[in-house]
Ligand binder design. Structure first.
Ligand code: MF3
Ligand code: CO
Length: 284
């Protein structure tokens, strides 16, 4: 016998809305459903959207400045200064001890790369720049890949397929679909292209905190995981590897995540709002 954990309370002080009815329907069938706290108010959504605008401004600035010969510490400086100049805070800085304002992950680095004066971008490198912003307490989170000059066709394809994985994940996430539908679609597209999906790191709810529920794996089975309901805000951020999906964490800094076979990895990320019609990007 299993005690069923109800997390969508039956409202006592008001009539059931259509949304209550749908959530209770899935809950009764044993699905994981959001808690009310995961459904953002219109005011919170606007706050996250404003944060997302600054986050996008940061990424656009990086896009216009990034080039061969630049250090990843220079990217960190751009991010820090632009963010502060706009009255915001870089979310990574001091987050669980992270020492810089942005994650810069080059070639075989999957994510959480730490910017450094010693790391100089070279022609042919592929780099993920992962920017997260706090504005008035609201968090946004997005990342893009940049190709430095010209790279190999294989790395170009990896960057393109990783972007397609994000787009496909976005398309399948409809209201009253499931988190697992996203992962299923992403994994299928990656595998079809001969690539693998990192399993140790996931997308996540975001907005009032940096990382909230639900976890959003980029692999999995349709119809599993949390029910997706209008008002939820979360990231999709598939990390796609050229070789094995396996990764390890650099022992020296305890942050940098690297592919086990040291083949390249690519990642794209947006913060999304679930609406009645599907996902809307809050980091455009
Ligand atoms: N931006 C990352 C994410 O997409 C989190 C980085 S945590 C940090 O969730 F501390 F490394 F910045
Ligand atoms: Co994220």
């Amino acid at each position: 016998m299993r005690l069923f954990k109800h997390n969508w309370p039956v409202p006592k002080d008001r009539e059931l809305t259509e949304m209550d009815k749908k959530i209770l329907f899935y809950q009764q069938r044993g699905h994981l459903v959001p808690t009310p706290s995961l459904i953002k108010t219109p005011e919170q959504i606007e706050g996250i959207r404003r944060s997302g605008k600054i986050n996008t401004g940061v990424l656009d600035l990086v896009a216009s400045e990034i080039k061969a010969g630049m250090s990843t510490a220079q990217i960190d400086k751009l991010v820090y200064e632009y963010t502060c100049d706009h009255g915001a805070i870089p979310a990574p800085l001091n987050y669980e001890g992270f020492p810089k304002s942005v994650c810069t992950s080059v070639n075989e680095v999957v994510c959480h790369g730490i910017p450094s004066e010693e790391e100089i971008l070279e022609e042919g490198d592929i780099i993920n720049v992962d920017v997260s912003t706090i504005l008035d307490g609201y968090y946004s989170d997005a990342s893009r890949m940049f190709i430095i000059g010209k790279t190999t066709p294989e790395k170009e394809k990896l960057v393109r397929v990783a972007k397609e994985c994000l787009e496909i994940g976005m398309q399948v996430a409809k209201p009253y679909s499931f988190v697992g539908d996203i992962g299923h679609a992403i994994e299928r597209h990656a595998k079809k292209n001969g690539f693998s999906v990192v399993r140790d790191l996931c997308g996540h709810g975001v907005g009032l905190e940096f990382h909230e529920d639900p976890e959003v794996p980029h692999f999995g089975k349709k119809g599993t995981g949390m029910l997706l309901v209008p008002g939820m805000v979360f990231t999709i951020e598939p990390m796609i590897n050229m070789g094995t999906w396996k990764v390890f964490v650099d022992e020296e800094d305890d942050w940098t995540v690297v592919t086990e076979d040291e083949l390249p990895s690519a990642q794209w990320e947006h913060t999304f709002l679930m609406t009645e019609k599907g996902l809307q990007i809050l980091t455009y």
